[in-house]
Design a protein around this ligand. Structure first.
Ligand code: TXE
Length: 480
C-alpha cells in the first residue's frame, strides 16, 4: 500500500508518529493509499524549517522567486496526466473535469502570482515642504494555509502561490480526504529547486494537524478554506492570538432566473452551475428561484436535461458526474434529501443513491436531485448541503426574490439570468454576496476579489487582495 509522505525542510518525510491514515478512492469505496497521521510534532518541525528559510527566501531577488514559482507551474504541467488522474481518483470527480478545470487552474495560480510578484508595488505620500511617507509591504513571516477536499490542488495552490510570491514561508495542510495531489506537488517542489523549508506540507487530521497550525505562536496568518463551522473554530483560536485571518467558507447560493432570460441557454448553464463537481463547489447555485410566468416552462426543460446527466465512473469520458467524496458526505447529502421530503418537498428527479456495477459497485454515487414545493425558510433551503441537490422556488417580483435570496446566513455567490441591463445591475447590487455572475457562472479572472460576506467568510483572495493579505503595510515618514 503506497504511503504518502510529508514534505518538511525540502524532504519527503515520515510522520513522527510513524502512523498512517487510510485514503479512500470514492469511486470504488476502497482504500488505495495511506497518508501520514501527523501531529503537532510534525507541525513544529515544519515551522522550524520555515522559520530557518524565511530570511533567505524573503530577500531572494524577485526575478529568482518568479522563476522558481514558474518552474513549479511547469512541473505540474509536465506531469499533467498524472495530476489529473490523481485528483479524479482522490476526489471522485470526473477525470475530464480534473483535466479541464482543477489542474490547469493550479498551474495558472502559480503562473499568475509568479508574475504578480514582479508588479506588486506600494504607495508613497508626499507632504510638500514637510517630508515624504512611503509604504513598505513586508512579508509576514511563516503563514499557515489550510484547504478542503472539493477542489484540492486548485484551492491549495490558490493560497500557497501568493504566500510564497510575497516572500513568506508556508506550513500547509491539505484535506486528509484528498491528500494525493499535494503529495505530488511536494515532488514538483523538489524538482523545481524550491529552497528547503520555504514550503512545508504536513498531512493529517484537521483537529490535530490543522489545529496545531492555527495554535502555533509563530504562525502569524492563517488562510483557510472549508466549512463555516470549522471557520468559526479556527477564528476562535486565532483571533485572541491576533493572527491575520482569511476565511473562505460555505455557501447557499441563489440562482435567480427572470422571465426575459434566454431560457435555452439558461437551462443549459444552470445544469452546470447546479451539478458540476457533483455540486461540491461552494460557488454552485443550490437554490433556484424562477419568475412565476416561466416557472413551468423552465422546470420542464431543466428536469429533462438533468435526467439526461450521466452519473458514472469518473474515468469514463461520458460521465457528467462522478462519485461523492466520502461515505460520510454521501450520507450527509442523503439525510438532507430525506429532510426535504419531511419538510414537504416534492422530488422531481433523483433523490436516491446510485448503485453502479463493475469496479464502482461499492462507490459513493448520488443521482442529481431536484426538489420543489419547499418554503424558502425551511432547513433544506437554509442549510448548506454541498452535493447534487437543488430546490426550485417561484417568485412574483424582484423584491420577493431578493428577500428570499438574502434570507440565509451565507453570502458567497449569486447568479442572475436576465437580459434587462438595469435590472441586472440593481439585483447584483442588492443581493448579499461577494461574487455575482450575470448570464454566466464560474467565469474567473484571477485579478478579481474572491470571497463572501456573512457566514461565507472574512476577507478576499485573488489578485492584489491576496498579495496584501500576505504582507504587512508599514508607513515610513522622512522629514525633508
Ligand atoms: O471542510 P472542513 P471540508 C466548504 C463547503 C463545505 C466544506 C467542505 O461549503 O461546507 O467546506 O469542505 C481542516 N482546525 N467549502 O469538509 O471540514 C480539514 O482537515 C484547523 C467552502 O473539507 O472545514 C481540511 O483540511 N483545520 C469553500 C480543512 O480544514 C481544520 C470551498 C477543511 O475542512 C480543523 C470549499 C480545525 N479545527 C469548501 N478542522 C469556499 N468558500 O471556497 C478541520 N480542518
Amino acid at each position: 500500500m503506497e504511503q504518502l509522505k510529508n514534505y518538511i525542510n525540502g524532504e519527503l518525510t515520515e510522520p513522527v508518529s510513524k502512523t498512517y491514515l487510510d485514503n479512500y478512492e470514492p469511486a470504488t469505496g476502497e482504500v488505495y493509499s495511506q497518508l501520514p497521521d501527523s501531529d503537532e510534532r510534525d507541525v513544529r518541525l515544519a515551522f522550524g524549517a520555515a522559520k530557518n528559510a524565511f530570511e533567505s527566501w524573503s530577500t531572494t531577488p524577485l526575478e529568482n522567486r518568479m522563476m522558481i514559482l514558474m518552474k513549479m507551474a511547469d512541473g505540474i504541467e509536465k506531469r499533467m496526466d498524472e495530476f489529473v488522474a490523481a485528483e479524479s481518483k482522490d476526489n471522485g470527480k470526473p477525470k475530464k473535469l480534473s483535466r479541464a478545470v482543477d489542474i490547469p487552474r493550479a498551474v495558472s495560480n502559480f503562473r499568475f502570482y509568479a508574475s504578480a510578484l514582479q508588479h506588486f508595488a506600494s504607495e508613497s505620500h508626499q507632504m510638500p515642504g514637510v517630508g515624504i511617507n512611503y509604504t513598505l509591504r513586508q512579508p509576514i513571516g511563516v503563514v499557515g494555509c489550510i484547504s478542503p477536499w472539493n477542489l484540492p490542488l486548485y484551492l491549495f495552490s490558490w493560497k500557497i502561490a501568493p504566500a510564497l510570491a510575497t516572500g513568506n514561508c508556508v506550513v500547509a495542510k491539505p484535506s486528509e480526504i484528498t491528500p494525493y495531489t499535494a503529495y505530488l506537488l511536494s515532488q514538483v517542489c523538489i524538482e523545481a529547486g524550491l529552497p528547503k523549508g520555504v514550503l512545508n506540507i504536513v498531512h493529517g487530521l484537521g483537529n490535530k494537524v490543522g489545529q496545531a497550525i492555527v495554535e502555533h505562536e509563530g504562525i502569524k496568518a492563517i488562510s483557510f478554506t472549508g466549512g463555516t463551522e470549522t471557520g468559526k473554530r479556527i477564528a476562535s483560536v486565532a483571533a485572541p492570538m491576533f493572527k491575520k485571518l482569511s476565511l473562505e467558507l460555505g455557501g447557499k447560493n441563489p440562482t435567480i432566473i427572470f422571465t426575459d432570460c434566454d431560457i435555452e441557454e439558461t437551462v443549459k448553464q444552470v445544469v452546470t452551475s447546479s451539478f458540476s463537481n457533483q455540486g461540491e463547489i461552494c460557488l454552485c447555485g443550490s437554490r433556484i428561484f424562477i419568475e412565476k410566468s416561466i416557472y413551468a416552462k423552465f422546470k420542464e426543460a431543466f428536469v429533462a436535461r438533468v435526467q439526461s446527466l450521466k452519473v458514472g465512473d469518473p474515468n469514463n469520458d461520458d460521465s457528467n458526474m462522478g462519485a461523492i467524496v466520502s461515505l460520510q458526505h454521501k450520507q450527509k447529502i442523503l439525510s438532507y434529501i430525506r429532510l426535504a421530503e419531511e419538510e414537504g418537498g416534492k422530488i422531481l428527479c433523483g433523490g436516491n443513491e446510485l448503485k453502479l456495477d463493475g469496479r464502482c459497485a461499492n462507490g459513493y454515487f448520488i443521482e442529481p436531485t431536484i426538489i420543489e414545493g419547499l418554503d424558502y425558510k425551511c432547513r433544506t433551503n437554509q442549510e448548506e448541503i454541498f452535493g447534487p441537490v437543488v430546490t426550485l422556488t417561484p417568485f412574483e417580483n424582484e423584491e420577493e426574490v431578493l428577500m428570499m435570496a438574502n434570507s440565509v446566513k451565507y453570502g458567497l455567490s449569486a447568479t442572475i439570468w436576465t437580459n434587462d441591463l438595469k435590472r441586472a445591475h440593481r439585483v447584483a447590487e442588492k443581493v448579499e454576496a461577494g461574487i455575482v455572475w450575470i448570464n454566466s457562472w464560474l467565469v474567473r479572472d484571477l485579478r478579481t476579489p474572491f470571497g463572501g460576506v456573512k457566514a461565507s467568510g472574512v476577507g478576499r483572495e485573488g489578485g492584489w487582495e491576496a498579495m496584501r493579505f500576505f504582507t504587512e503595510a508599514k508607513n515610513v515618514f522622512i522629514k525633508s
